[in-house]
Write a protein that binds this ligand. Sequence first.
Ligand SMILES: Cc1cc2nc3c(=O)[nH]c(=O)nc-3n(C[C@H](O)[C@H](O)[C@H](O)COP(=O)(O)OP(=O)(O)OC[C@H]3O[C@@H](n4cnc5c(N)ncnc54)[C@H](O)[C@@H]3O)c2cc1C
Length: 488
Amino acid sequence: MSASKNRPRDLRIAIIGAGPGGICMALKLREAGFDDFMLLEKTSAVGGTWNLNRYPGCACDVPTHLYSFSFEIKRDWPRPYAPQPEILAYLEHIAEKYGVLPHCRFDDAVQRATWNESEASWTLELESGDSVIADVVVSAVGMFNDLAWPDIDGLDVFAGTVFHSSRWNWDHDLSGESIGVIGSAASAVQFVPEIVKEAGQVHLFQRTANWVLPKLDDPYTEEELEQFRSDPGAVLAIRDEIYRTMDEGMTFADLKVNAEREAIGLAAIDVVEDPEVRRKLRPDHPFGCKRPLFSNYYYPAFNRPNLELVTEPIERITEHGVVTADGTERRVDTLIMATGFSTTKYLSAIDVVGRDGLRIDDAWSDGACAYLGITTAGFPNLFMLYGPNTNNGSILTMIEYQVAHIVRQVQRLVHDDLAWIDVKPQAMERYNDEVQDGIGRVTVWQAGCNGYYRSPSGRVVTQWPFSMTEFRRRTAEPDPDAFEVAAR
Ligand SMILES: Cc1cc2nc3c(=O)[nH]c(=O)nc-3n(C[C@H](O)[C@H](O)[C@H](O)COP(=O)(O)OP(=O)(O)OC[C@H]3O[C@@H](n4cnc5c(N)ncnc54)[C@H](O)[C@@H]3O)c2cc1C
């Protein structure tokens, strides 16, 4: 792509990130007749989350018949919750089938994006030193790319192997080792039951106990798979049923259902034989306050002699181990950080400079904020996928609604011969007041335990507080007065 004053009205579009969002955006632009687009991806492959997270046991926890795109229904998922390799294969298949791969530029990260008012274009500066000029930018950088590392004294003196669960070190053999796992949330719940099978000893350092519910995940029988293959309606019916159930549960408003989930969670802990371990595994916050987790293998793993649950706070790390506040040192060969991600940065992970030199960090000093989670005032022709306050339900479904909205906005640029579209600050503010009001009404999110939902200012910037259906409605029928436009 290059800048030229009298260019034809074939918009140059840059998509940052080739995860599910970037892939979906690219193919829907193509379907709408836009061909001059490029996906800029910092890793060497498509797949995003499902390319990067390859820890043992990694799987989705939204049933895959819904955690998949509506335009590419796969009828033969072998089980209800697909493991990471199958989701990655599905995404690779889509990228290939819909001609996305030739538009990808791998192994180069976007570091800065600057709006040029006179040209009505964006300049993207890449890590390699190259730059790309685009009329429209879509950020599809996801929410789970910036790894969170714990700030523990002595981590730098540890002489063993250290890695983050999200960047699993498959070259390192854990057999027979003593392993310290720091963190007990989503990824630990999935990989701890796997590594205890080969480790000598695993010490799991838990700060907060989570609700971990059983997963109804028996592989489909051959008869069921045959029915799915021969009757397209059967899979669509399952998809609709999952959608309906998730849609109803997204605001955790049904206290009876919450109580039932807590009862199921508590009953699941009963499988643990040691009463003291059972006590330590019981969450002290209401169901839904943090992201609920699912596993059939987590609690039973605590009956193994080589898994220890440590709830004493970590004081420091030494050359050979972890010291807790009571002075005990546990010697470990390897430390695995299951400490998750910094989830609230969104686009501000990149240095973005919009109209009148406005930096995204300054625009978002009170936390990330966007109209429909997609457009933020002062940054024209810049759209976000999986942006602020869009996290809830099946993210692939939410992404499809965002992509449909962005395609319509891009079409509007062409049809109305516009230089740019921006959201009006008042419209964005009005929308965010409604979203924050909705968040205030989700009682379980007020219990103060949901750290990763909140920006440093304390505002919940990740969660969508209504249903997927409501998000579809709002993205399909945006406030007609929400946008400021400039003619070419
Ligand atoms: C372990 C795990 C399990 C999950 N399970 C579920 C689930 O069950 N259900 C669910 O709904 N969601 C789940 N999620 C959330 C998941 O991230 C989203 O569902 C989905 O992957 C979002 O797609 P995305 O394309 O927006 O972002 P991502 O998948 O995160 O992809 C973003 C891409 O952008 C690239 N990128 C980032 N910054 C730059 C840059 N500056 N320059 C160039 N490229 C860049 C990254 O390398 C990456 O490839 C899970 C997340 C994790 C980490």
